[in-house]
Design a protein around this ligand. Structure first.
Ligand code: 5GP
Length: 194
């Protein structure tokens, strides 16, 4: 998605060779017009998948995911991060290792919001090692629902997440694929469709 790549070039801050900061349009301040276009693009990419629900992780996945859900006319569910749980009966729970915090955290989804009939589109802001997307996929599988696809706003293609997800058979679409963050700038994977 050219508009997103342009925004990353203009406003993204390369913190180091592994981490990109996009606080001005996605992770802190949000650019609603860009999110709207992101929602339209996800809806087009996953049109054939008969999505019934979008699932993301709070908080940075919510803005792009709600726009995708709006375009697909389905509900958005966001998994909640909690430190500890006493009552787990009505919840699906997974432990996810956070790339940015470098610690495990428990994420939960109420059982009433994902059911066996659902075809779920998982959306997240970044793909690095794949832990967040895999944790969400495990929640969908706990519900005996189907993972109909995984949509990523910014994929760091030099990290192993995509390969892990594809090897497991998931359909993955990313809107910007970063080939490298070296020398303080983001370069993108060449897209033969453009
Ligand atoms: P993974 O679970 O695939 O290793 O990492 C994805 C998760 O970590 C995303 O939910 C995102 O919040 C965070 N993340 C991974 N890499 C980056 C990055 O370069 N920048 C930012 N802002 N977040 C990242």
């Amino acid at each position: 998605m050219k508009q997103l790549e342009q925004k990353i070039i203009e406003e993204g801050i390369v913190l180091n060779e592994n981490v990109l900061k996009v606080d001005s349009f996605l992770n802190h301040q949000v650019d609603p017009q860009l999110m709207y276009s992101i929602g339209q693009t996800f809806a087009a990419l996953f049109e054939a998948q008969k999505i019934t629900k979008v699932l993301t992780l709070e908080s940075s996945g919510i803005a792009p995911a709600v726009m995708a859900a709006l375009q697909m006319n389905v509900p958005l569910v966001f998994a909640r991060k909690r430190k500890s749980l006493t009552l787990k009966d009505d919840l699906y729970t997974e432990s996810i290792f956070s790339f940015t915090k470098q610690e495990e955290s428990e994420v939960t989804v109420s059982r009433k919001f994902i059911t066996a009939e659902d075809r779920v589109l998982i959306i997240d802001d970044f793909l690095a090692n794949g832990d967040a997307a895999l944790g969400l996929a495990k929640i969908v599988e706990q519900a005996q629902a189907s993972v109909a696809g995984i949509g990523i706003v910014i994929e760091k293609a030099f990290q192993p997440g995509r390969n892990k997800l594809v090897e497991l058979g998931y359909l993955v679409h990313s809107l910007a694929r970063i080939a490298s963050l070296s020398e303080g700038k983001a370069t993108f994977v060449a897209d033969p469709n453009r």
